[in-house]
Design a protein around this ligand. Structure first.
Ligand SMILES: Nc1ncnc2c1ncn2[C@@H]1O[C@H](COP(=O)(O)OP(=O)(O)O)[C@@H](O)[C@H]1O
Ligand SMILES: [Mg+2]
Length: 330
């Protein structure tokens, strides 16, 4: 991690020259930072982030930090319950908003110890909820930081997460349904981008636009870090085998990924459309009612099985050279 030596009177978070030039630090060996992103809403970003994080922690015994970056704050409402989340989110210091405020204001208020909670029965999973206060965060980031000698507005999360991520095997970032500044922070911070999508016509068309957008974004990031914001995989969510249109669209996405991989480097060479699809299952809603990831709430359900298999495939891509299935879930 870079030593922090200088402070600014305007923005206390001015960093060393090293910070301003590039990523604040490399992700430590053994830690993997993954952003679940898609500019479409309702495709399962939060569902996949919560359940993959739950499987990593509960079934594969990894230490996981799950951070909600969406102002809708669904993740906290799911895992704390609406009332408890409401009480929690009144304290900005206990939410992901403070991660950004600490850079904007030069404070040191956000800590993993005070701003996260663990669901019952899963101490390895630590969750940092979002708050509705984040509504104008994008504007704040632009206004406060888009100046010479300040970190770039998209660098805040990276600087902050890199200070603490060595405590975890995985950091999972749940992105908002857009490509504005908060999402750019997540993409710049992440080593891997996973894109949940639905096997329908509009989502498939949108996916190609999204990949084009990510490619442009990587051009902006390139000077700071050529390895950032690369797609590791596409997750097919709400799959229904009875729909005759689903399979041809999935094949189209697979062909698109293979073709694009050869044209540019927005996809990692090992990127794939995961074979394990997440079916449209009632277990997901029931797990939300239970306030838990599905593999904790209903371990033997179809939804739990889908997510355990998907998580195993994600680990196969992310943990270089690890053969799938070599980690047995418990
Ligand atoms: N595989 C699935 N089966 C059933 N319902 C799902 C599934 N995936 C997502 N949902 C539901 O769809 C809605 C949108 O999912 P969500 O994860 O919030 O999407 P996003 O974060 O992309 O906006 C939620 O109500 C969620 O419970
Ligand atoms: Mg969401």
């Amino acid at each position: 991690m870079s030593p922090r030596t200088k402070k600014s009177s305007v923005v206390g978070a001015i960093k060393t020259i090293e910070d301003l030039r590039g990523k604040s630090a490399k992700t430590p060996e053994g830690t993997h930072i993954i952003a679940f992103s898609n500019f479409k809403g309702g495709v399962g970003k939060t569902t996949c982030a919560v359940n993959v994080a739950g499987c990593l922690a509960h079934n594969f015994r990894k230490k996981v930090l799950l951070v909600d970056l969406d102002v809708q704050a669904s993740l906290g409402q799911w895992l704390l319950g609406p009332e408890q989340w409401h009480r929690w989110s009144k304290y900005r210091k206990k939410t992901s908003y403070q991660i950004f405020l600490d850079i904007i204001q030069g404070s040191h208020a956000w800590t993993v110890e005070t701003a996260t909670f663990s669901p019952d029965g899963c101490p390895r999973l630590q969750i940092c909820p979002a708050t509705f206060d984040m509504l104008d965060l994008d504007t704040q980031l632009h206004h406060s930081l888009d100046k010479p000698f300040h970190p770039k507005p998209f660098q805040c999360l990276d600087i902050q997460i890199k200070k603490i991520c060595g405590q975890f095997d995985y950091v999972i970032l749940d992105c908002p349904p857009n490509m504005y500044m908060t999402t750019k922070n997540a993409l710049f911070c992440a080593d891997y981008v996973l894109i949940p999508t639905l096997p329908d016509f509009l989502s498939t068309t949108g996916l190609k636009k999204l990949v084009g957008f990510l490619k442009d974004l990587r051009d902006q990031f390139l000077i700071l870090d050529p390895e950032t914001a690369r797609i590791a995989g596409i997750i097919v969510n709400m799959y229904d085998a009875r729909k005759s249109t689903s399979l041809p669209l999935i094949r189209e996405i697979e062909a698109y990924v293979d073709e694009t991989k050869h044209e540019n480097d927005v996809f990692l060479p090992k990127a794939r459309v995961f074979d394990q699809r997440i079916r449209n299952l009632s277990g997901i809603a029931k797990a939300q009612d239970a306030g838990l990831p599905v593999s904790l709430a209903f371990p033997t359900s179809h939804a739990s099985q889908d997510f355990i298999q998907l998580t195993n495939q994600i680990m196969g891509v992310v943990e270089n050279g690890r053969a799938e299935g070599s980690h047995q879930s418990v």
